[in-house]
Design a binder for this molecule. Structure first.
Ligand code: SF4
Ligand code: SF4
Length: 75
């Protein structure tokens, strides 16, 4: 069975560079343009959640260590 994942984005650390959007091959991260960080940066959102495979790439690419990736485990 394919791995399933989820991410959280720390809105205080994010600087809005959108590297995570660019490098997620599953189109699971998007900048919708309606959410801003406390410092005024445009924030990305986790979308298409069912497609995330916990590959970790977004976490590796984030220069501000704002993303945490979780791998779902079957109960
Ligand atoms: S873990 Fe992989 S599939 Fe999931 S959001 Fe990050 S880059 Fe995309
Ligand atoms: S890569 Fe990190 S800092 Fe850049 S937009 Fe994504 S979460 Fe924010």
């Amino acid at each position: 069975m394919a791995k399933r994942g989820a991410i959280t984005i720390n809105e205080s650390l994010c600087k809005g560079c959108a590297f995570c959007v660019k490098f997620c091959t599953k189109d699971c991260i998007a900048v919708k343009g309606d959410k801003f960080s406390p410092l005024g940066y445009l924030l990305p959102t986790f979308v298409n959640e069912e497609k995330c495979n916990a590959c970790q790439v977004c976490g590796w690419m984030c220069p501000d260590l704002a993303i945490t990736v979780y791998e779902m485990v079957e109960a």
